[in-house]
Design a protein around this ligand. Structure first.
Ligand code: GLV
Ligand code: MG
Length: 309
């Protein structure tokens, strides 16, 4: 599986930004037809996106396209245009405002027909953005709505609007704030992680809007990474390296994981189920966490940090 730590969101109607995105260090490029495209530009934006996907050299970048919400006059046209023309080039359709499992069923059935008609052999995935109170309350059902689903994404800006939260932040959740004792989005983010993992999906965080505030971005990434998220959107190329770094296990993380695995093996060979490292107890659960770090390092190709086979 290819990494998905950083997802660079690029406005679909601005062709010159697509060429720059090709050369960025983002794992995924998401060409956006939704909120970064003004209404006047919406009818023509799918053609611009299709042209860029077909003509630019994307190397080994994973490509996705965010269509408009199903409650707009644009979504069905976006879906047909994009899937018919470049369904064999994109990894997934990103579905905003996913409120109900029926939204996923609708997109999935449309894709069934388009794939049959075009003779595509690889199935197009769906990434569902959960960004309303309705979507959040249905998230477990949405997460198991289709085997096309690949990720759940937390759309923090729309979610804030949906629940009528006070506009105390326009950047997401990395800004320092003493407005609430605790983290305002802890429940929602953990809820999303739980629903995603219960269905073997990835879970991705919304972007950090204040692209000049690197401390805030660091805080936001560290928090969601600790909660179990796989990656985060970027709305500016300057955010990508921080996101990639924080969502990759560090050298110290990998060294610690290998130490845990070795100590556990050692204890097991001596007939024990637990051991101690640096004065701390480790057991089967610690071993599982350590194995996840090792698997993630393998998945991200960090082989230089792993023992030679
Ligand atoms: C993303 O779509 C958001 O609403 O934050
Ligand atoms: Mg949104």
């Amino acid at each position: 599986m290819k990494p998905r730590r950083s997802i660079l969101s690029v406005p679909g109607h601005v062709e010159k930004m697509h060429a720059r995105a090709c050369n960025s260090s983002a794992d995924v490029i998401m060409l956006d037809l939704e909120d970064s495209v003004p209404v006047d530009a919406k009818p023509d934006a799918p053609e611009v996106v299709i042209n860029s996907i077909q003509t630019l050299d994307w190397g080994n970048k994973t490509l996705t396209v965010r269509i408009n919400g199903l409650d707009t006059p644009f979504a069905y046209r976006d879906l047909i245009a994009i899937a018919e023309a470049v369904g064999d080039r994109i990894d997934s359709v990103v579905l905003p405002k996913t409120d109900h499992p029926g939204d996923v069923h609708f997109v999935s059935r449309m894709l069934d027909g388009i794939e049959m008609q075009r003779g595509f052999t690889l199935r197009i995935g769906i990434e569902a953005i959960i960004e309303s109170a309705r979507g959040m309350s249905n998230v477990s059902r949405i997460a198991r709505a289709s085997d096309r689903l690949r990720s759940l994404v937390f759309g923090i800006a729309d979610y804030s609007a949906s629940i009528r939260a006070r506009l105390v932040s326009i950047s997401g959740h990395g800004e320092e704030s003493d407005i609430y004792p605790g983290h305002r989005w802890h429940f929602e983010m953990s809820r999303l992680v739980m629903a995603a993992r219960a269905n073997d999906l990835r879970v991705i965080d919304a972007p950090y809007g204040n692209f000049k505030d690197s401390d805030g971005l660091n805080r936001a990434c560290a928090m969601t990474c600790a909660l179990g998220f796989d990656g985060k959107w970027a709305i500016h190329p300057g955010q990508i390296d921080t996101i990639n770094r924080i969502f990759s296990p560090s050298q110290a993380d990998i060294a610690r994981a290998l130490k845990v695995i070795a100590a556990y093996e050692n204890a097991k060979n001596r007939g024990r189920g637990a051991a101690a490292i640096d004065g701390r107890m480790i057991d089967g659960a610690t071993l599982r966490m350590a194995r996840q770090v090792k698997a993630q390092a393998e998945y991200l190709g960090l082989s230089a940090l792993l023992p030679k086979k």
